[in-house]
Design a protein around this ligand. Structure first.
Ligand SMILES: Cc1cc2nc3c(=O)[nH]c(=O)nc-3n(C[C@H](O)[C@H](O)[C@H](O)COP(=O)(O)O)c2cc1C
Length: 193
């Protein structure tokens, strides 16, 4: 079977970022049915400005194409002041455009967070609600909201903590299950030939 295709990005630009490490871990631990490509150019997107939509710059078209070609989107989601980072928010706002043909519609979306005390729950919550409303398939369970784990993650996405690996592995398996359920639902509703 051809694997499902996921793209993944980190909402942190920081050298040694825990969330970039989680994205690399997700790529490494994803089951064979899910091929994960990491993209690292979303900081080049323009700030959200609907004036750009009639003649979208090449990088925005590249983002929309990457989303439309993917079955799933994995986001390493840090939390700044109870919110997603500007990079993540901007990329995801663009993902909800254009309004009559949202690039993220139909995509399975999974958040992985390494943050402070709350583990990124606030950053995940608001976007989970709105992206689901706008047509993404939010893979909420099992949550990956890791608190104060920076000293247990290496930049290459490895760790000596089996619980972190298990959490990320389970999330990637949940993404595959969500895509299978999506496909099964589409088959059930397809008109008979
Ligand atoms: C400006 C700023 C605000 C932050 N606010 C929060 C917060 O509200 N909740 C939280 O859990 N952590 C917060 N943190 C801590 C970050 O989530 C933590 O440093 C995390 O490791 C950043 O992700 P990274 O390692 O991928 O860069 C904040 C950090 C910064 C720089």
């Amino acid at each position: 079977m051809t694997p499902y295709r996921a793209i993944a990005f980190s909402g942190s630009l920081r050298d040694g970022s825990s969330n970039t490490a989680l994205v690399r871990m997700a790529q490494r631990l994803a089951p064979p049915q899910l091929a994960v490509d990491i993209i690292d150019w979303l900081d080049q997107l323009p700030w959200m400005n609907p004036d750009l939509e009639p003649d979208p710059p090449a990088i925005l078209q590249q983002w929309w194409t990457a989303l439309r070609d993917a079955d799933a989107l994995i986001v390493g989601m840090p939390e700044y002041n109870w919110s997603p980072t500007p990079l993540a928010k901007n990329a995801l706002d663009w993902a909800t455009r254009p309004p009559d043909d949202r690039a993220i519609a139909g995509t399975a979306v999974a958040f992985l967070s390494a943050a402070g005390r709350g583990g990124g729950a606030n950053a995940q919550a608001n976007l989970t609600t709105i992206l689901g409303y706008l047509g993404a398939h939010m893979v909420e369970e099992p949550p990956v909201r890791l608190s104060s784990v920076a000293d247990r993650l290496r930049a290459d996405g490895t760790t000596d903590d089996p619980e972190i690996e298990e959490a990320v592995r389970a999330k990637m398996e949940a993404v595959v299950e969500a895509l299978r359920a999506r496909d099964a639902a589409a088959t059930d509703t397809a008109p008979e030939a």
